[in-house]
Design a binder for this molecule. Sequence first.
Ligand SMILES: NC(=O)c1ccc[n+]([C@@H]2O[C@H](COP(=O)([O-])OP(=O)(O)OC[C@H]3O[C@@H](n4cnc5c(N)ncnc54)[C@H](O)[C@@H]3O)[C@@H](O)[C@H]2O)c1
Length: 399
Amino acid sequence: MFNVCVIGLGYVGLPILINLSKKFNPVGYDINEQRIQDLKRGIDIFNEFKKEELKRKKITFTSSIKSIKKSNLYIITVPTPISNKKLPDLRHLEDVCNNLSKIIQKNDIVIFESTVYPGLTNNFCIPLIEKNNNLKEGLDFFVGYSPERVNPGDKNHTLKNINKILAYPHNYKKKELIKMYSLLSKKIIFSKNIRETETAKVIENIQRDVNIGLINEFYLVCKKLNLNFNNVIKLASSKWNFIKFKPGLVGGHCLPVDPYYFSYISKKNNFNTKITLAGRTINNLMTTIIEKEIVQKLKKIDPKKNKKILFCGLTYKKDVADLRNSLALQIFKNLKKNNKKMKGYDPVLNNVISRKNNLVISMNEFKKFDIYIVVTNHSTIALNLKKLNKKKIIINILN
Ligand SMILES: NC(=O)c1ccc[n+]([C@@H]2O[C@H](COP(=O)([O-])OP(=O)(O)OC[C@H]3O[C@@H](n4cnc5c(N)ncnc54)[C@H](O)[C@@H]3O)[C@@H](O)[C@H]2O)c1
């Protein structure tokens, strides 16, 4: 039986912890004390879990490293962002590994889930864990890698509905580990190779980023050529192997970040990637294009700037309460510079965050605007817009 500890209780770590509590008595550790206090009180600021699920007796939440010492299986789900220079920012992983090096015991297992570049687990994480002790990975303790594919807010591709890769090049408690990971997935795809698994994860996201970049480019060119983009796509989709991506804003913690991890390690190995980063430029350019489109529409509809405008949907993706790298939020902030009275609204966000950002919360207030700009089209926004009277103007970009 494992004494499991999940390190990093964000979008990825918390669902893992909750699912493990069905069979184990897991400990959840996070350096963010506020997050731990909230979780202890049954509050998930990302609105993914209800109080009853967080208050399960079997779960212990802590921000004290001492309290996780008794664990023998550590699952690491800390952020792997990029720096201002768009290079891998490994501070969180470094911090975790340094802490682990002080508490790791013989026969402990550590599984990394954070998205990284090929080779990082072996070349960066393991040496750090081995630093403050006499233990050797592969002999005394054991490391594996199981990338996360969960798509927050996606009701179809939940933890239990998707296949998960587990890379574990050891025999020690292999069967038990696979059994435990089966609680966290539909099916386990087992691999002995950590580097191949790291690569598989990062290229899954790059492929998506590049494909969205390409469809965004088609969308922009169609506009320039005065072509109906939807009609064009309908025609092209009649071919059996045309892949139907949707144009849109790409944000969040994965797609805008992962291509830089891959191109970084590629460059280190004397190859400058040619396509990996191609999606990045065009996908970021979409912000300016959409912003311009909104400004032009507003000029026509509200030339005197006396109408009350509500910007709906600020998070990076439909039905996901995540503001990280949100291009919708960026557009809202830019538009607000010239429309001081414009307000924001995002029903997916927790009320505490909405209040902090001075956003509209109540339905009563929601109804009082003249123009509604929708960029991230959350299901609740679509429903709420239907409740408005017909005189209201709705600018629904990209949807
Ligand atoms: N969010 C997603 O949809 C998604 C999907 C697949 C993979 N991933 C990957 O999973 C990893 C985690 O992403 P996330 O979205 O859950 O991040 P997150 O920011 O939501 O959560 C990370 C948590 O780790 C905590 N943390 C940071 N440093 C720590 C430390 N030293 N010790 C303990 N806790 C620490 C933070 O306080 C935070 O609560 C990243 O590598 C990401 O690329 C994310």
